[in-house]
Ligand binder design. Structure first.
Ligand SMILES: NC(=O)c1ccc[n+]([C@@H]2O[C@H](COP(=O)([O-])OP(=O)(O)OC[C@H]3O[C@@H](n4cnc5c(N)ncnc54)[C@H](O)[C@@H]3O)[C@@H](O)[C@H]2O)c1
Length: 322
């Protein structure tokens, strides 16, 4: 099977690429390198079944050219929560990029897998989040919801193309993936930041009281779930949670990371949401219902948090020292 992966130079993209090539896929990878320096792809240079193109998914002609001859498109290229004041970019990249992918897929009846996010469940207080749960967002005066809003729009577009234009689309809703090749800033999530601080002996910044919870998924599990969805005819026209249902507070995550990577008693620094630019709303608890992934795909996240963190710390230590 020949696959186009957008956002291939990013965290999940580069980990997925490794798995696809190992599985015998032929891969065209595209990325505009806006959030990557390309180093995640260094080991694949010259691979006979991999071709990289620097391209922007907002460019319809470029997407058309990239998709020529491919059977499937895995669309990962996106901007995330606009922590750094890039709300326009988040909305434009995420909506225009996905619209282009779907238009091109419709021309050739190509299989599409779209990367969505657990953030679409927003502030829904009823846990765990199942694919049938309501999506509860705050209003547009709070910039952070732009990411979830763009992904919900994209999900609608995906299902509309599936229903009205017979495009075989599936949606994966990822829950907090972490692991080697992650970004080392908040773009990469709390693990990246906490590990970086613990390795340097600096205090770990905890937003709010730290009692907000998350469910974190080691990247090999994220990748395996993605592949199962891609290869499943039963997943067409559906959204599927891909995540680990082990719940942990951000505070306990920080302490655990310090225990694994730091020295002495944990150093923590509480950061008030009021110090953020603009108003901010956090999600209090986030846990996936993984029943659908299990029944439809036989998929379950396997890597325990401690094991995943140890591997991530080993990788990040190499980056700090290298
Ligand atoms: N990592 C997670 O925990 C997580 C959780 C939920 C959803 N997701 C989704 O999974 C996907 C991949 O996430 P990731 O963590 O690997 O992110 P990432 O930022 O590491 O990778 C995204 C890649 O897309 C590229 N990109 C951005 N705009 C582009 C454009 N206009 N044209 C072409 N390329 C562009 C970036 O340069 C980057 O390399 C995203 O769609 C994200 O929303 C990730």
């Amino acid at each position: 099977m020949r696959v186009l992966v957008t956002g291939v130079a990013g965290f999940i993209g580069s980990n997925l690429l490794e798995r696809l090539l190992r599985g015998g896929y032929e891969v065209t990878g595209a990325d505009n390198l806006s959030q990557s320096d390309g180093s995640n792809l260094a080991e694949f240079a010259g691979h006979p079944h991999f071709r990289f193109e620097k391209a922007d998914v907002r460019d319809l002609q470029a997407v058309r050219a990239l998709a020529r001859g491919v059977d499937a498109i895995i669309h990962l290229a996106a901007y995330k929560i606009p922590r750094y004041g890039n709300r326009c970019e988040t909305l434009e990249v995420n909506t225009q990029g996905t619209a282009n992918i779907l238009r091109v897929a419709a021309d050739g009846q190509r299989r599409v897998l779209f990367a969505s996010t657990s953030d679409v469940y927003g502030k829904n207080p009823t846990l765990p989040f199942s694919e049938r749960s309501d999506l509860w967002l705050g209003g547009p005066s709070i910039a952070r919801w732009a990411y979830a809003a763009s992904k919900i729009y994209d999900e609608h577009l995906c299902l509309a193309y599936s229903e009205e234009r017979a495009v075989p689309v599936s949606i994966v809703r990822y829950f907090g993936s972490y692991g080697p090749k992650q970004h080392l800033t908040w773009w990469g999530g709390p693990q990246a930041v906490f590990i970086g601080c613990a390795l340097k002996g600096k205090p770990l910044p905890i937003h709010g009281d730290g009692l907000q919870t998350r469910s974190f998924t080691y990247v090999t599990d994220t990748v395996e779930g993605t592949l199962r969805v891609l290869e499943s005819a039963d997943a067409v026209g559906k959204a599927v949670n891909i995540g680990n249902s082990q719940e942990i507070s951000v505070l306990d995550l920080a302490k655990l990371i310090w225990t694994l990577a730091g020295e002495g008693a944990p150093r923590l620094e509480f950061v008030s949401y009021r110090s953020f630019a603009g108003r901010y709303e956090d999600v209090r608890r986030r846990v996936p219902d993984t029943t659908l992934a299990r029944s439809l795909l036989g998929f379950e996240a396997r890597v325990p948090l401690v094991e995943g963190l140890q591997a991530t710390i080993a990788w990040q230590r190499g980056r700090v020292e290298g």
